[in-house]
Design a protein around this ligand. Structure first.
Ligand SMILES: [Zn+2]
Length: 210
């Protein structure tokens, strides 16, 4: 069965001299690995579509069983994100983010929320100066897929949305200045701001205008 997918390349493992095993996070089927024959050759039409971090359209010979590898028919590059691969720090962070996303889900279960989070994070990483905030915001949001969801809408002790002062690992969310106790750790306010609604809106805004 031929399946059309739009997805982002999470991982590219060389296989023999000419081929590779590609893992993508797709919009239609979630995480999926496939065999990509010949893509390591300079003459391959599909070589750009399967580059690490690229978003591409794929036509895949989909295997019937999850434990059998599917196979690439054609790939059509939509977005390279080559800028991330050219800067060593960006490249390391992008690799870490892709690892976390890859481990977060099982094969062949579509998950648009993770797809949006991942692609937006990578695009922000390429476009913004403040890489630390982007990675922290991604990691906290990604906790949800590991069974831990923190609430960043209000103070966890009194419910107030005003005067948020720090993040509490004990309460798994925000604390306001009135509820702060001497034993609570005070995070730098820049870090706390990463989780406010403005940051959240901006975090996703960049993606929408590109
Ligand atoms: Zn409070």
């Amino acid at each position: 069965m031929i399946q059309k997918l739009t997805g982002m390349v999470l991982h590219k493992r060389p296989y023999d001299d000419n081929s590779a095993i590609i893992t993508i996070l797709s919009q239609e089927l979630g995480k999926l690995a496939f065999f990509a024959p010949g893509v390591q050759k300079n003459t391959s039409k599909n070589q750009y579509a399967v580059q690490f971090l690229a978003t591409s359209e794929f036509e895949i010979f989909l295997s019937y069983h999850n434990n059998k590898l599917s196979k690439l028919k054609t790939g059509n590059l939509l977005k390279t994100r080559i800028k991330l691969a050219q800067n060593y720090d960006d490249y390391l962070l992008a690799t870490l983010i892709c690892e976390i996303a890859e481990q977060a889900v099982v094969d062949r279960q579509d998950d648009n929320e993770l797809y949006e989070l991942l692609t937006t994070t990578l695009d922000n990483l390429a476009a913004w100066e403040d890489n630390l905030s982007i990675v922290i915001a991604f990691m906290f949001r990604a906790l949800k897929w590991y069974g831990l969801e923190w609430d960043f809408t209000m103070c966890k002790r009194c419910g107030s949305k005003q005067h948020i002062k720090t993040i509490s690992f004990l309460e798994e969310g925000y604390l306001c200045k009135n509820c702060l106790l001497p034993r609570d750790y005070l995070f730098p306010i820049e870090l706390v701001k990463v989780f406010n609604s403005n940051f959240h809106t901006n975090f996703y805004f960049y993606n929408k205008i590109n």
